[in-house]
Design a protein. Structure first.
Length: 131
């Protein structure tokens, strides 16, 4: 699905091993999960993140619990001491869902976080959206 694939490719570049350490405190603070900053607003602060207004609007339409959960994953990663790379993936589905895999560093390999987002296609309205 081009919209989410393009957006998540850019997020993977920004939060990947080669660039996550370069995100400054102002960016990190934006991900603290509070009612004051939405996930889309926090993402807009990430330098070099190439996402369209359509993507930001789509993210704003996600259930707020899932938006806050993604923010919390990013926030916790930055505040744990040594941030690990985050990989974002998307899968089509009937409803919105979030799955997080958090693998810590070992002696042999570097850890990482994978965030799997599931949703309908952006142009496929949920049956309850008009209710």
């Amino acid at each position: 699905m081009p919209l989410m694939q393009t957006a998540l490719s850019s997020m993977n570049a920004s939060f990947g091993a080669g660039s996550i350490a370069d995100l400054g405190p102002d960016v990190v603070d934006a991900f603290q999960p509070t009612p004051d900053t939405s996930l889309a607003e926090a993402l807009r602060r990430v330098p070099g993140l190439d996402m369209s207004d359509a993507v930001f609007n789509y993210v704003d339409g996600w259930p707020t619990a899932l938006q806050r959960a993604v923010q919390a994953v990013i926030w916790e990663n930055f505040t744990r001491g040594a941030a690990v790379p985050i990989t974002f993936a998307w899968s089509p589905g009937y409803d919105y869902s979030l799955t997080v895999f958090d693998v810590r560093d070992t002696r042999e390999t570097r850890g990482g976080i994978t965030v799997l987002l599931t949703s309908r296609y952006p142009d496929d309205a949920h049956p309850l959206s008009s209710a």
